[in-house]
Structures are given as C-alpha cells and as structure tokens.
Design a protein around this ligand. Structure first.
Ligand SMILES: NC(=O)C1=CN([C@@H]2O[C@H](COP(=O)(O)OP(=O)(O)OC[C@H]3O[C@@H](n4cnc5c(N)ncnc54)[C@H](O)[C@@H]3O)[C@@H](O)[C@H]2O)C=CC1
Ligand SMILES: O=CC(=O)O
Length: 326
C-alpha cells in the first residue's frame, strides 16, 4: 500500500518531522523563501496532508483545490493565514501549536519591553558609533518599571505568561480581554481587569497579545494612540496588523507616545523604505517570538503529530476547528 503524501512548506528543525518518517511520503520545500501561492496550488492537488507556516496563504481556493487533502497542520499558534471556515466546510481538521511557545514569546516580550523602556538598542548604537565621551546626567534617559502600570491586551496563554513575569518588577498590572478571567486567576496573577480605553489611558507600557481577527485588525490606530500617555511605550509581539502602521508612524514621529517595540509588522518583512525604519524610538525584531532551539523543535514535533493524527483519521491533539468531529 502506498504511503500518504505530504508537503512541508519549509525546512523544519532537524528531528521535527521524526513522527512522520515511516508514515508518509514527505516532500519538503527546499528554499529559504516560502513557496509562491501558485506552487502551493499545484502541490495541494497531489497531497493528503499539508504542513504549513504562517507565511503561507491557505485560502478557500487553495483548500478547495486540494481534493485529497485530509489535514492541514500549521507550525504556529496563530492561524490567521488559514481560512478556517473553508477547511471546516470541507471537514478538514486544522492543527496548530499552542502552549509550547508561550514562555519563549513571553520572554521575548519582556526583552523588548526592557529594551524599549531603557533604550538599550539606542545605547548600544551610541557606543559603537564612538559617541560615548563621559558619564552624563541626562544621557539616554529611559523610564522606570518599578511603580509603572503595565497594560496587557488579551490575557490568554501568552498574556498570562507576560503577567507572571511582571511579579518581580513591582509593577501594577491591568488587562483587558474579550472575556474577563475568573477572580481566582486575577488574584493568582495579580492583575486587575479594566475596560480597553481605560487601559490605554492608564498604562505606561501597553503590550498586545490577542490573535489577529476582523475584530483586532488595526485595534490600535489614531483614536487609541490619542488616549495613551505621552510617556507610553507600545509592545507588539502578537500580529503586525493589530497596529495601524501609518498611525504608529505619525504617533512616534510626533512624540505623542515615547516609544514602541515590535516583533511583528504589517506587512512582513517590513519594506526597507518604510518610514518606520527611520525612527529612533522604535525597535523591530523579525518575528522571533518563538525562536529558540528548544521551542522550535517542540513546535515542529507538535505540528508533525497533528499531521500524523489527521492522516490516520484520528482527532488532532491540537485542533482549531474541533466542531468537524461532531
Ligand atoms: N511573535 C511571535 O513569534 C508569536 C506571536 N504569537 C501571537 O500571539 C497570539 C496569542 O497567542 P496565545 O496567547 O497562545 O493565544 P490565546 O488564544 O491563548 O490568547 C489570545 C487572547 O486574546 C483574547 N482576545 C481575542 N480577541 C480579542 C479582542 N478582540 N479583544 C481583546 N482580547 C481578545 C482572547 O480572549 C485570548 O484571551 C497568537 O494568536 C499569535 O498571533 C504567538 C506566538 C509567537
Ligand atoms: O507567530 C507565531 C505563532 O506561533 O503564531
């Protein structure tokens, strides 16, 4: 009997595909850039399983073109690049990789937060540029975390992990989210629920942790920036399109808020001629929230296990559209 065919849209961490080795005929896209949409359309016609990344557009046309497609497994927790409704209509399970990347992403959020609050990148560049002449009372002043208010938008897995890390910094932590968490969770995390606009007004540092959806697209734009303190710092390690990039540029340029740090941009990668790249009060990293050896291997293994379950007609261990099973 021939093995099911799968297409993996990029090289994954070594050993990540181990669970699939004896169960499938595996084709791996060998290039550094993602396969073009037209290539995906061609590949999907010949496969039973697709292991994809957040850089692949998995839309209705693609899903419907995959006549033999039984399972889609994404190596990421976010799945805004996949038309879940179209997959559900065809009863194709879609897997993702929640949880295993929570700590790594919360760590990066804190790294960016500290860099932005204490102007670490500017300071490092200052030294390398040979500008360091002496100790100066007003050189590269940042903001204290102790006593500040941290506002978390979206208190899910990563938002919670960010809140837990705040406990050693003597911060007040407030949050807004689609659903208020239980009193017990709020007490355990030391967080206080507030309405979104109040969070924007009261926070010294605002960090975004919602999924990208129609509701959260450009959730932060001109009106929201206008509510923030002039000293506020915005951190986004969720999805680029949650922040309106034009509004961010105007706001940072005019000094309406103090700074921002992004691990995600709209679009990705950020074009080299983007005006955002001219701003000193903005830090950008290239979507590396989960980029540790350990985490990426866990994500790849989890995605492989999801894919394997789908090929074997078993429920996916981590499925974003479990309603297909009822
Ligand atoms: N920079 C990176 O490399 C990474 C980015 N991410 C992003 O982080 C996101 C969050 O991941 P998790 O915490 O695991 O997801 P999660 O589902 O546990 O948390 C998301 C939270 O946002 C809340 N939410 C959703 N819509 C909202 C709205 N309109 N207003 C307020 N709150 C809303 C949800 O209720 C939930 O509490 C992912 O969807 C992904 O886009 C995740 C991992 C790595
Ligand atoms: O952005 C990364 C993810 O896992 O989602």
């Amino acid at each position: 009997m021939s093995l099911p065919k799968i297409f993996v849209t990029r090289q994954l961490p070594e050993r990540g595909l181990n669970p699939l080795l004896s169960h499938a005929e595996i084709e791996i896209w060998p290039e550094r850039q993602p396969p073009a949409y037209e290539i995906l359309l061609e590949k999907v016609q010949q496969i039973d399983g697709l292991l994809c990344l957040l850089t692949d557009r998995i839309d209705e046309q693609l899903i419907n073109t995959g006549k033999s497609l039984k399972v889609i497994s994404q190596m990421a927790v976010g799945y805004d690049n996949i038309d879940i409704k179209a997959a559900t209509n065809r009863k194709i399970p879609v897997g993702n990789t929640p949880g295993v990347l929570t700590d790594a992403t919360a760590d990066l959020t804190w790294a960016l937060l500290m860099c932005a609050a204490r102007r670490i990148i500017e300071s490092e560049q200052y030294v390398r540029a040979g500008s360091w002449q002496t100790w100066e009372p007003t050189l590269l002043l940042g903001t204290d975390l102790s006593g500040a208010t941290l506002g978390i938008v979206g208190l899910g897995r990563i938002g919670e992990a960010v809140a837990r890390r705040a406990s050693g910094f003597n911060l007040r932590v407030i949050y807004s989210s689609r659903h208020r968490r239980s009193k017990e969770i709020e007490a355990a995390l030391g967080v206080e629920y507030v309405e979104f606009n109040r969070l924007l007004q009261e926070s010294d540092i605002i960090t975004l942790h919602t999924a990208l959806s129609k509701e959260t697209h450009h959730l932060i734009s001109y009106a929201q920036f206008a509510l923030m303190k002039r000293s506020a710092i915005l951190i986004n390690t969720a999805r680029g399109a949650i922040v309106d990039p034009q509004a961010l540029y105007q706001t940072l340029k005019s000094g309406q808020i103090a700074g921002a740090a992004l691990d995600v941009t709209e679009p990705e990668p950020i074009p080299l001629d983007s005006p955002l790249l001219s701003l000193k009060n903005l830090i950008i990293t290239p979507h590396i929230g989960s980029a540790s050896y350990q985490t990426r291997l866990k994500m790849a293994t989890m995605a492989a296990n999801n894919l394997l379950a789908g090929l074997l007609n078993q429920p996916l261990p981590y499925c974003v559209n479990p309603e297909i099973y009822s």
